[in-house]
Write a protein that binds this ligand. Structure first.
Ligand SMILES: [Zn+2]
Length: 277
């Protein structure tokens, strides 16, 4: 990836202690934010007590509401999904607070209808087609990345809104880096099956320890779907290395909380895509 397409977390840090895509021109017309630990120290989010996840791994609803209030997304219009580490993507046609079932991505063309996914090491992915006004937000751990949910997201934008892949801008939010993501034989074999000759680009082998590069896997999957390399961006970080800023399931354990990635299409005229009247 071009160095100019990589952003340090500090460059993106904005209101509510979240990382915002406002500075990335390719995402004009979109309000997109990745919460951090700083979000949990500010405003309504700071008042949340009690576990983020219940015994079944479900995310506390009050936590979601407080995060939305802190970063400024309308909670009552927020769609999220019961993530299952798969590659299904649901289309959001109504802007109301709800969990869509058993999927790992959401897509919409509704204005002011935020989508959200929740992560701790998995990579949140924003797909934005400005001309069509079409948005997708995905959750990609190793199963999603190797199952190429990024490519599926590009296909969905085409299915629903006739978006061509070269019109799609992709942003890879904070996830675990290859520095910290040791994987066993099972995952390594899945990576080889998914990327064949290019598996060496997603599997780093250091003295017999294999590590998976989730960012690279998602980038390759998007490119396979026809997204142009220059339209793929990322935050240059590792959620495990930068533990003071992010939440890492690897570092903090299974009971670690979750960060929220949220994105909403802005009203025409509200942003740089406005008609200037
Ligand atoms: Zn790391």
């Amino acid at each position: 990836m071009n160095a100019e397409n990589e952003y340090a977390p500090a460059e993106l840090l904005g209101p509510g202690g979240a990382l915002w895509l406002d500075k990335v021109a390719a995402f004009d017309g979109l309000a997109a934010a990745f919460t951090t630990r700083k979000t949990l120290e500010e405003g309504p989010a700071a008042g949340f007590e009690g576990p983020v996840l219940d015994d079944d791994g479900r995310i506390n609803e009050e936590y979601v509401a407080r995060l939305c209030a802190t970063v400024g997304f309308p909670y009552g219009r927020l769609s999220s999904c019961r993530q299952v580490h798969g590659t299904e993507i649901c289309r959001v046609v109504v802007a109301e607070r709800r969990w869509l079932g058993a999927c790992d991505g959401l897509a919409t063309d509704l204005v002011d209808a935020p989508l959200a996914v929740f992560t701790a090491d998995c990579v949140p992915i924003v797909l934005w087609a400005a001309r069509a006004g079409a948005l997708a937000l995905l959750h990609a751990g190793w199963r999603g990345a190797l199952g190429k949910i990024a490519a599926r997201g590009v296909s969905r934008l085409d299915d629903y809104w006739q978006v061509r892949p070269e019109e799609v801008a992709v942003f890879l939010g904070p996830g675990i880096g290859p520095c910290c993501y040791d994987v066993g034989d099972y995952v390594a074999r899945a990576a080889e099956a998914a990327f064949a000759k290019r598996a060496g680009q997603v599997l780093v082998d250091e003295g017999g320890v294999r590590r998976l590069d989730l960012y690279r896997a998602n980038e390759l999957a998007a490119q396979e779907a026809g997204v142009l390399p220059e339209n793929i961006y990322r935050v240059a970080t590792c959620t495990s290395c930068e533990a003071e800023l992010f939440i890492s399931a690897r570092r903090n354990g299974k009971a670690a909380g979750r960060l929220m990635a949220a994105a909403a299409i802005e009203r025409a005229g509200a942003g740089a895509t406005g008609d200037g009247i």
